[in-house]
Each structure stands twice: as structure tokens, then as C-alpha cells.
Design a binder for this molecule. Structure first.
Ligand SMILES: Cc1ncc(COP(=O)(O)O)c(C=O)c1O
Length: 339
């Protein structure tokens, strides 16, 4: 269930933040996977959409959203082929960190290699994808150019900076930005223009979007926000919950609802029961959630509905086909989730 009022507040709050900044918002699709929500983000001022997968980019291009950054590497021959095909239809940009992939892209595109837009991905200590900043990034940039691809700039996702607001966060968020800026300067000193510097997420958006040289931010979670992330970006309100029905209440000290890890991710801890703090979730099973009650005289009955908070948006949403947009207790729209 999506609380539409909270979702809209989050949407406009983030859009307003970027109105007066040089850096622009290119929100990440993977945190909601709803084409209609991507449309609303673009309508609210986003310059395009960030995605994690080629097929998400294909779906968005089909729906008319063309300015897409695929912020994840690809490796297989079939994905490279799909990216090359998609690049003939829309100015999609992809991150690269591997020479073999770059060479395959160039080979497949032939005399249209320049249609392939790439940003070089930097590992800013997340230790996931990306080449180290500095010389290795310059070397890879030169390699991209030598293969005839269209080098657009740099990307660096510092997902390890997950802290509540404060000095520690400010310090931690600046360090990767310096590495990005130094690498940009190094590449420019070599005479290569760096048009795009894409970085940042929900939690560090105010720091990354005001840092000199950054051109865009990839925040995703802000729109629906989850309970695990909320302390790191308290200005955005959790708008998503899981609606469950009580299916068992015996004489014991518990009630059982009809959703477990097949309906909500348990990876980031147990959910809470929205609005009823005295009910404590004890366990998530595949199809059930066990909730402890203080006293069996509790007024909740089998058939009642309880909303559980969501701790991990991405992983929860991808378990479902649709979300129900609710305003003041009434379903107003159904939002189709694509995978
Ligand atoms: C590459 C990349 N960019 C941006 C984001 C969005 O971050 P957030 O959901 O914290 O706004 C993610 C999330 O994992 C990501 O992997």
C-alpha cells in the first residue's frame, strides 16, 4: 500500500531541492519499479531516470522516457547486444569498468560505436563495481575513446555512506566526492571533456548536489522511503506498507497474519505494526508473520487488517505485481510494478 499523500510530499520535497541547484535529479527506478511513478518524477523536474538493468531501460524507452542511465555494468554477450540495439532507439547511457565489455560493444556497434554513450564507473570505496579513481579511470577513459565509444563522463556511487545527518556523515560523504572531482580534473587536464558526473543517493543528496562539478544525483529511496533508511534521511517519510490480514488468534500470546518473507523482505530486520506499538513482530516465516501481544484480551480479531512497515523497499516491491495507492483510507489508483 502506498500512502499517496506521503509519496507526493516526498516527490515534491526532492524536486524542490533540485530546482535551484546546478546538479539535477535522475532518480533511480529500482526502488519502485513503477513506470507511472517514473513519469511523475520526470514531470516534477527529473532530467531522466536511472536504472539498474538493461530490460528496465527497454521498458522505460518503450513508455516514452528516453533519458536513461543504466547505473550498473553488463557482462553477457546478449546484454551487450541488447544495449547496442537500445542505443539505436534512445540516448541511453551505461556504466563501464571493463575493457573486454567495451571492446565487445565497439565491435558490435561497428561504424555506429559513437552512438554508445558510456560513463566510466569509479569505485569510491563501496568495493562493488568500478575502477579506482585517478589514473586507472583516466586509462579506461582513453580506452573507451580509442574504441570510438561516446565517453560522457563519470559515475561514482558511494552506497557505503549510510549515516544519520551530522558531521560524521558530512565528512564521510565528502571523501568520495573529492575522489570524483580529482578524477574529473585529471581527465580534463588530458584534454577530454567530462560532461556528466553522476553520483549521490537519497541520504547524501543535499551534500552531493551542492558539490562543485557534480551534474546529477541518482536518489531512489526518497519517493517511497522505508523504515530502515528513514533515520538517514528523516525529511522523507515512509510511504509504503504491507497490508496483511489476521488469520489466527488463539488463547496464546500471539496473533498471526497472512504474509511473511514471500511478501516482505526480512533482510533488514523485522517490520513493525503501523500505529500499534504494543504489537511486536516476533518472526517472519515464508507465509506467516508472528506478532506478540501483551494480553489475549487485545481487541484485534481474526479478519482484521494490520499494516506492517517495510524495511527494504527494493526487495519488497519486487515480490509484488502492484501497489495500491491510498488517500485518506480509500484506494485511488493501482500502480503496476514491472520487473
Ligand atoms: C548505483 C546506485 N545509485 C543510486 C542508488 C539509489 O540510492 P538511494 O536508494 O539510497 O537513494 C542505488 C541504490 O542502491 C544504487 O545502487
Amino acid at each position: 500500500v502506498v500512502d499517496l499523500e506521503l509519496m507526493e510530499q516526498n516527490l515534491h520535497l526532492m524536486a524542490r531541492c533540485f530546482e535551484s541547484r546546478l546538479a539535477k535529479l535522475r532518480p533511480h527506478f529500482k526502488t519502485h519499479q513503477v513506470i507511472e511513478l517514473a513519469r511523475r518524477q520526470v514531470k516534477a523536474g527529473a532530467i531522466g531516470i536511472t536504472v539498474a538493468r538493461v530490460h528496465q531501460a527497454e521498458l522505460l524507452v518503450k513508455s516514452g522516457i528516453r533519458n536513461i542511465l543504466i547505473a550498473s555494468e553488463i557482462g553477457s554477450a546478449s546484454m551487450i547486444e541488447r544495449f547496442v540495439q537500445l542505443s539505436r532507439r534512445a540516448p541511453v547511457i551505461i556504466t563501464v569498468d571493463n575493457r573486454d565489455v567495451i571492446s565487445s560493444m565497439a565491435r558490435l556497434a561497428g561504424d555506429r560505436a559513437h552512438d554508445l554513450n558510456v560513463v566510466v564507473d569509479l569505485d569510491l570505496r563501496l568495493r562493488r563495481c568500478g575502477v579506482p579513481p585517478g589514473e586507472p579511470a583516466l586509462d579506461l577513459t582513453k580506452f573507451v575513446l580509442s574504441k570510438g565509444l561516446n565517453f560522457r563522463g563519470l559515475m561514482g556511487y558511494a552506497g557505503h555512506v549510510h549515516l544519520p545527518p551530522g558531521e560524521e556523515k558530512d565528512r564521510a560523504a565528502i571523501e568520495p566526492l573529492r575522489a570524483l572531482a580529482e578524477t574529473k580534473a585529471l581527465i580534463e587536464r588530458a584534454g577530454i571533456p567530462v560532461e556528466i558526473v553522476s553520483c549521490g543517493a537519497t541520504g547524501d543528496h543535499s551534500i552531493t548536489s551542492t558539490f562543485a562539478g557534480v551534474t546529477e544525483n541518482q536518489a531512489g529511496s526518497y519517493l517511497l522511503m522505508d523504515a530502515w533508511y528513514a533515520p538517514c534521511a528523516p525529511e522523507f517519510k515512509p510511504a509504503l506498507s504491507l497490508l496483511t490480514t489476521v488469520i489466527s488468534k488463539t488463547d496464546g500470546d500471539r496473533i498471526i497474519v497472512d504474509g511473511g518473507v514471500k511478501a516482505t523482505s526480512g533482510e533488514r530486520g523485522l517490520p513493525a505494526v503501523k500505529g500499534i506499538p504494543e504489537l511486536r513482530v516476533r518472526a517472519l516465516n515464508a507465509e506467516h508473520t508472528t506478532i506478540g501481544i501483551e494480553e489475549s484480551s487485545n481487541s484485534i480479531l481474526v479478519g482484521d487488517q494490520l499494516e506492517l512497515t517495510v524495511n527494504f523497499l527494493d526487495a519488497t516491491i519486487s515480490l509484488h505485481d502492484r501497489m495500491y495507492g491510498v488517500r485518506r483510507g480509500k484506494v485511488e489508483e493501482i500502480l503496476e510494478i514491472v520487473r
